[in-house]
Design a protein around this ligand. Structure first.
Ligand code: AMP
Ligand code: MN
Ligand code: MN
Length: 319
């Protein structure tokens, strides 16, 4: 499998790398690491990254911005999909996926059906960056590739806290650390540090939160009105669902925000043995056992009770 991936890269002249919409640290880190590695290996290849707006906190991941230009009307020899559980999640990059002569899918989502010509999907891996690390020659990894991969691992493991962080994850993080990265800066500035607005939104959403199902479930909704009050956008809501999950006794945490009229982004997080990817899949979403998401359409008054009822079912089944 590794060989078929590197053969496909070798044979392609024009390569487009894409990740999921609303990119997170693992998505941005994966794309940047892959881009920098291929560029180093084959400087003559035409290489593009096609991503949604990259959150400002990842600006230090070098080359990702300069590469993230609109590829225009091209058809690629090879499309590499990173950290995307299905082609729909590729957003604007999907047209390049559809037109590419060959496609590769590198990921770690349990819900990934294997949608490309070559599929390299490991649901047990902490992150797509961990999966990519296993594909690379260690001696070829420089500081900029290492900091991109480290970022992805840090973000998808909640700084090595979640159960997806295994022995191998720690070994890889240690090996990347030896490449001269500034891990304290990466962790502090891209993960823990919050803007004043993010802190205000966190505070407001915690105040708005409600306990349901005898305290098994916590939910908070950031309506368009609340978002407008603080002039907040999606970036300003980072970390809220993680804080909700930390509520004692809670088995499932739900955070919802309004994307546009009648369209709501849902983040689900689990404690213990509840599988939230199953709940998300009922609503057309997916993700991981303990962290998943979906989009709800319609009115909150009708959709939230359906979601809570699925959560209740999962909690009962897990007893
Ligand atoms: P989030 O709550 O957006 O941080 O997402 C948690 C996890 O679920 C991530 O791994 C996402 O890639 C995945 N995810 C979020 N939303 C969706 C969706 N609509 N469809 C499939 N996977 C999703
Ligand atoms: Mn991701
Ligand atoms: Mn990921």
């Amino acid at each position: 499998m590794k060989n078929s991936i590197w053969n496909a890269v070798k044979e392609a002249c024009v390569i487009v790398i894409g990740g999921h919409i609303r990119p997170d640290g693992d998505c941005v880190g994966s794309c940047a690491a892959m881009y920098n590695y291929i560029k180093k290996l084959y400087p003559q290849k035409e290489l593009f990254i096609c991503l949604d707006k990259i959150p400002d906190v990842f600006a230090y991941i070098r080359a990702v911005d300069e590469a993230a230009s609109d590829p225009g009307d091209i058809s690629a020899d090879l499309f590499i999909s990173l950290d995307a559980s299905d082609p729909e999640r590729l957003g604007d990059a999907k047209i390049y996926f559809d037109k590419a002569k060959k496609t590769i899918n590198i990921d770690h989502h349990i819900s990934n059906p294997g949608f490309a010509d070559i599929n390299y999907v490991f649901p047990d891996a902490s992150s797509t960056c961990e999966v990519i690390y296993e594909l690379l020659d260690y001696d070829m990894i420089d500081t900029r590739i290492a900091e991109a991969l480290y970022t992805g691992i840090v973000h998808d493991t909640g700084v090595f806290q979640y159960s997806c962080a295994k022995r191998r994850t720690m070994e890889i993080a240690g090996a990347l650390d030896e490449k001269g990265i500034n891990k304290t800066k990466i962790i502090d500035e891209s993960f823990y540090e919050k803007t004043y607005k993010q802190n205000l939104m966190l505070g407001r959403c915690l105040l708005e939160s409600r306990l349901l199902l005898d305290g098994d479930c916590i939910i908070s909704v950031a309506t368009a009105d609340i978002m407008r009050e603080y002039e907040a956008d999606a970036q300003d809501l980072e970390g809220i669902v993680s804080q909700l999950r930390m509520t004692r006794g809670v088995k499932v945490a739900v955070f919802v925000y309004e994307l546009s009229a009648g369209e709501y982004k849902v983040s689900l997080r689990a404690n213990g043995n509840i599988d939230v990817s199953r709940i998300a899949s009922v609503f057309g979403g997916g993700g991981h056992v303990k962290a998943s998401g979906c989009t709800l359409y319609g009115g909150l008054d009708s959709e939230i009770p359906k979601l809570i009822s699925e959560i209740e079912k999962s909690i009962k089944e897990a007893l």
